[in-house]
Design a protein around this ligand. Structure first.
Ligand code: ADE
Length: 252
């Protein structure tokens, strides 16, 4: 998978993603990250890429031409016209299922804005997806682009090791994961739950499933509505005071 990032701060992208799991995937060639400096495409002798907004108002707006030239150069080099994701708080909120959808692409382009925004005409011209990472405003699009690239990358075969497997994770079956414990058996007076030391696999699985259900009910009850729950899961949740009918139950 190849990620192109159109940005005014390419070092932020290469430094951030060049570390840890994504860094290892880049070194192995499993993913490629091509950070493109929009400023290199400015035709202005001072390399300006922004200007005052027509109609007045605070802040500066990124001009369309450098972004367009950077994008055209990228498409010429790659020989394709990949999806262009504009990271913006005005976009649809990024989710795990969006990450799964994007992970099917061979190449993706992320456009990172700065200042007050980007000239609307370049967005109309090249952007295919408007995506936000949440209802808060950051100083630029680089961190959101890195968040999305990280979430997409770990779904690509070969990026995670077997023991980092994407199989079991927080949103598996729309349930939060059970708690984890390692040595020592006792830490500041708190013991690891006995069942985990018992070696009884069926009991351990049952305990983990119940912990997942309990945690999801306490922290993210909204997820339960679409979780594939068995009769036994529902029976257990009812003992915890859960009374909303699950979708699977409703459809029976
Ligand atoms: N740019 C600034 N804030 C953002 C956010 N929350 N999501 C995506 N892009 C952004």
């Amino acid at each position: 998978m190849k990620f192109h990032v159109l940005t005014l701060f390419p070092d932020m992208i290469t430094d951030g993603l060049g570390t840890s799991v994504t860094g290892r995937a880049i070194d192995r060639g499993t993913i490629q990250v091509n950070a493109i400096n929009i400023r290199d495409y400015s035709r202005d002798k001072h390399k300006h890429v922004d200007d005052y907004p027509y109609g007045g108002g605070a802040g500066m707006v990124m001009q369309p031409e450098p972004v367009y030239l950077a994008y055209e150069d990228l498409t010429k080099q790659s020989g394709s016209r990949p999806r262009v994701i504009y990271v913006t708080p005005q976009g649809a909120t990024f989710t795990q299922s969006m990450a799964e959808e994007f992970a099917k692409e061979e190449e993706l382009v992320f456009l990172c804005g700065h200042y007050e925004g980007v000239d609307e005409r370049i967005l109309e011209e090249i952007v295919t997806d408007y995506v936000s990472i949440g209802d808060y405003v950051l100083t630029g699009g680089e961190l959101p682009a890195m968040v999305m690239i990280d979430a997409i990358s770990r779904l690509i075969p070969g990026v995670l090791n077997n023991d980092e497997s994407a199989e079991f994770e927080s949103f598996h079956d729309n349930l939060l994961e059970h708690p984890h414990y390692t040595r020592p058996v006792e830490f500041r007076g708190k013991r690891v739950p006995d069942v985990l030391l018992s070696g009884h696999h069926a009991n351990i699985e049952k305990w983990r499933r119940e912990q997942s259900l309990k945690r999801t009910l306490e922290r993210r009850p909204d997820l339960l509505e679409d979780a594939p729950l068995s009769r036994e899961d529902i029976r257990y949740l009812k003992t915890l005071g859960y009374d909303t009918e699950n979708e699977m139950e409703k459809n029976k």
